[in-house]
Write a protein of this length. Sequence first.
Length: 270
Amino acid sequence: MARHYAEVIGDPIGHSKSPKIHGFWLETLGIAADYRAVHVRPDALATYFAERRADPDWRGCNITVPHKIASLAHVGEQRDVATAIGAINTVFRGDQGALVGTNTDAAGFAAPLERFDLAGKPVTVIGAGGAGRAVLYALARIGVGPVTLFNRDVEKGAALLSSLGIDGRAVPIGQAVPPGALVVNATSLGMTGQPPLALDLSALPQDAVVYDIVYAPLETDMLAAARARGLATIDGLEMLIGQAAVAFELFFGAVPPRERDGELRAMLLR
């Protein structure tokens, strides 16, 4: 008997922890389904979606670099959050079988920030790519104060701030981080195999929060520098698990057992 399944696609994909996360939840809940990682190159993206659309056992996929924007062309419907962000990280089957694109990165990013009061406070974000778009969308919903956006393409960064209705300015990467309540790295800089991210955090007050969405390594140079100063930090596994939880419910119609996050994190770090 065929089993329902979902996947994560990207190029490359070998680093993805999504199969372990979803697999842990499926096993814990006793759901007879699978979750796989599939290497999909950009020139094979259309074929991938055409084949999966025709497979009734396929429940959807998560999407990682570099397909978050290109995948928009292959879904029949976009949730409002996807339209606003301009990138999707999740595709699932709607009620009539149509493919629906959404973005769970924003919700996954925002969840660990709920314990901090950030409304009206200045924030710095590094990166305006697919993940950066989701981060900025979430921060706009939180109602943060002016945003300083570090991006290689300053004009692109300024246009993104404007499109999301965010008060702020775009500046080149490399400038000193201004005083503020939150700093977020929304790029792959600092990830294993990627260039380092060298930031001067000395202007941050003692109650600032430093958040890095990179999860390999989990202790990035930015987080290490923040912890050395005694600042509050949030690592990349928080967002990764949070966005996966939203997608899991869309794929399999069940709420993941978040009370076992500690056990899940320990497994992911082995």
